[in-house]
Design a binder for this molecule. Structure first.
Ligand code: ADP
Ligand code: MG
Length: 394
């Protein structure tokens, strides 16, 4: 690690502001439905508590766009975290100002406080310096443990680091070491599996990925754009037709670089993305016009699995199908099991991808499950993450 971590500074008895990524799913009844992001922050929080620091946690939740939005309040998170820690985590109704200052003034050593959603203030995403100063004000040290938000230069990820000594938390450290390893010296063959739904977000990333990997496997919604670019009719599938040109360039570039490039050869298609919908398994040249592609077929499972067998490094982002629905989860689960069974460094990046690997029951077989989708992609492009750059050098 080139950056200082929690171990490199004295936090005993200090007021420590910790940026965490508690952007967790919350259901209609106000319960946290997946507490993975809370659990992964526990090593840092517990260390600080044991060190008798006063722990002030701050996070974003959802996209409230600079306003107070009831469903994005942090109360369910405080409750869930209290349960996990077996101690009361007090929530404050703002992240700056008098209420926050007073709450911090009342803290005892080893106490944990959770501030209100930092994105309720429009200044957060604008990385406003005055707001960052107010956020920093009650604290003496800043710890960034929010790898999942490190690719964004916001007040709570980079701004506060101008006003406080800033170091990495243990989750941040773990993420940077795992991803740094596969970026700098990947065992070869190095394979990437890219799927999911955010095609336009991710397609530009493929070009820089081609400079690093030996094998690129495309599945999920992403594959439809490539199949369409090759002239296949993908029916009503999720598709970004305007990316066809880019998709063709990527296929050509893979050829020029000698990177093996795999697309599905057969698919599971259905009339709608719903449980029990009428469905067919067909080769990619037989997709019915009123159907949508929702998973890969058995031939593709075999084809992808075989190609991954000898890989020494695998990075996977984006589910291979609509894994949330049992009928369309087979491809994703098969790929998860394939990765669990090979002798390779396996890194999974992205909220849905990690959830899929957990659904398949093989999360503990992976080398690393990254809490950051966008952040891990940007990191693997070789780009400096602003939230990391802002931390003190060792
Ligand atoms: P991550 O969170 O791991 O970065 P994304 O958010 O990009 O992944 O994509 C996850 C979503 O992609 C899932 O909700 C899944 O249902 C969807 N998906 C996967 N394959 C398809 C497909 N063929 N058609 C539509 N959606 C898909
Ligand atoms: Mg996602």
């Amino acid at each position: 690690m080139v950056k200082k971590t929690l171990r490199d500074i004295d936090t005993a008895g200090k007021r420590v502001l910790v940026r965490v990524d508690f952007n967790v799913p919350i259901n209609g009844s106000g319960n946290v439905t997946d507490d993975n992001r809370l659990r992964t922050a526990l090593p840092t929080i517990n260390y600080l508590v044991e060190n008798k620091a006063k722990v002030i946690l701050v996070s974003h939740l959802g996209r409230p766009k600079g306003k107070v939005v009831e469903k994005y309040k942090m109360d369910p998170v405080a409750e869930s975290l209290s349960g996990l820690m077996g101690r009361r985590v007090v929530k404050v109704d703002d992240c700056v100002g008098e209420v926050t200052k007073n709450a911090v003034a009342g803290m005892k050593e080893g106490d944990v406080l959770l501030l209100e959603n930092v994105r309720f203030h429009p200044e957060e995403e604008k990385n406003d310096a005055g707001f960052a100063r107010r956020l920093a004000e009650p604290a003496e040290v800043f710890v960034n443990d929010a790898f999942g938000a490190a690719h964004r230069a916001h007040a709570s990820t980079t701004g506060v680091a101008r006003f406080l000594p800033a170091v990495a938390g243990f989750l941040m450290e773990k993420e940077l070491e795992a991803l740094g390893g596969i970026l700098e010296a990947p065992g070869r063959p190095f394979a990437a599996v890219i799927g999911g739904a955010k095609v336009s977000d991710k397609i530009n990333f493929l070009s820089s990925l081609l400079q690093k990997v030996d094998l690129l496997i495309i599945g999920g919604g992403m594959a439809n754009t490539f199949l369409a670019a090759q002239g296949y009719d993908v029916g009503k599938s999720l598709l970004e037709a305007d990316k066809a040109g880019l998709a063709k360039e990527i296929i050509k570039e893979a050829g020029d670089r000698g990177v093996k490039f795999l697309l599905p050869v057969d698919v599971v298609a259905a009339k709608e993305a719903a449980p029990g919908a009428a469905r067919v398994t067909v080769t990619v040249d037989q997709i019915p016009p009123d159907y949508m592609v929702l998973d890969i077929g058995p031939k593709t499972v075999a084809y992808f699995t075989e190609a991954l067998k000898n890989a020494k490094t695998v990075f996977w982002n984006g589910p291979i199908g609509v894994f949330e629905i049992e009928d369309f989860s087979r491809g994703t689960k098969a790929v998860a099991r394939a990765l669990a069974g090979i002798d390779a460094v396996t890194v999974i990046g992205g909220g849905d991808s990690v959830a899929a690997v957990r659904d398949a029951g093989v999360a503990d077989k992976m080398t690393h499950n990254s809490t950051g989708g966008g952040a891990s992609l940007k990191f693997l492009e070789g780009k400096q993450l602003p939230g990391v750059a802002a931390l003190l050098d060792r």
